[in-house]
Design a protein around this ligand. Structure first.
Ligand SMILES: C[S@@+](CC[C@H](N)C(=O)[O-])C[C@H]1O[C@@H](n2cnc3c(N)ncnc32)[C@H](O)[C@@H]1O
Length: 208
């Protein structure tokens, strides 16, 4: 039987984040509650069980590991940076997932792999908010449009128009959207008291 969302949250509690986060890569860990919510929702939609799950910009593995705790056929995590990938491997050992995860160092916007399997993309991509590099998430969506049957992505708040029109122009349909917020405190030294809560929006997109 499927573990409950709160059981999943609890299991993900041991997933370590970034030791030495790189600001330019927007390295922060998705909180366990949000990852559990996203993956539980995806599982209820039939988007995890028996699917190939791809976590683009997987960091220390939170979303990939959440999926691997359910019943996917295969899970692949891709990140540019080697250091969080080694933390991801340690995290995988710590939570003993049913499905082994393949951790790949590579650019998620030019994927070093292709799949003919039914593929679900999960991602919390860089937003480009820091350096006025608006919509750094666009390149992640572009790659998603080419590989995914379904995707779940986290974007900064106010992204709905951008995501919906991107999807419409690239063979996608946004079927679900919901808002969430999470506490970013202590991730980067420049975070001050009033910038610690990050408002985000999550989207489920079906791709042709
Ligand atoms: C906001 S963090 C999310 C990490 C993880 N998915 C999670 O949910 O905890 C964004 C991640 O994207 C990675 N990243 C940024 N640009 C990338 C690229 N072009 N290709 C692959 N990974 C990238 C960063 O190294 C970072 O780990």
């Amino acid at each position: 039987m499927m573990a409950t969302k709160s059981e999943l949250t609890q299991q993900l509690g041991v997933v370590a984040g970034f030791d030495d986060p790189r600001v330019e890569l927007e390295q922060y860990r998705t909180p366990p509650e949000l990852a559990a919510h996203l993956v539980h929702t995806a599982d209820l939609q039939g988007d995890i069980d028996g699917k190939t799950v791809l976590d683009l910009g997987c960091g220390t593995g939170m979303l990939a590991l959440a999926a691997a705790l359910r019943g996917p056929k295969a899970v692949v995590g891709v990140d540019l940076d080697l250091e969080p990938l080694s933390t991801a491997q340690q995290n995988e050992r710590r939570i003993a997932t049913k499905t082994a995860v393949s951790w790949i160092r590579g650019d998620a916007t030019r994927l070093p792999l292709s799949t003919s399997e039914s593929t679900t993309v999960l991602m919390n991509p860089p937003f480009g908010a820091q350096k006025g590099n608006k919509h750094a998430d666009r390149a992640f969506l572009e790659e998603t449009a080419t590989v995914a049957d379904v995707s779940y992505s986290i974007h900064n708040t106010g992204s709905a128009d951008f995501v919906e029109s991107f999807a419409a122009d690239n063979g996608g349909t946004v079927t679900h959207a919901f808002a969430a917020e999470f506490d970013l405190s202590r991730t980067f030294p420049f975070h001050t008291e009033d910038s610690k809560v990050l408002d985000v929006e999550l989207f489920r997109i079906e791709w042709e």
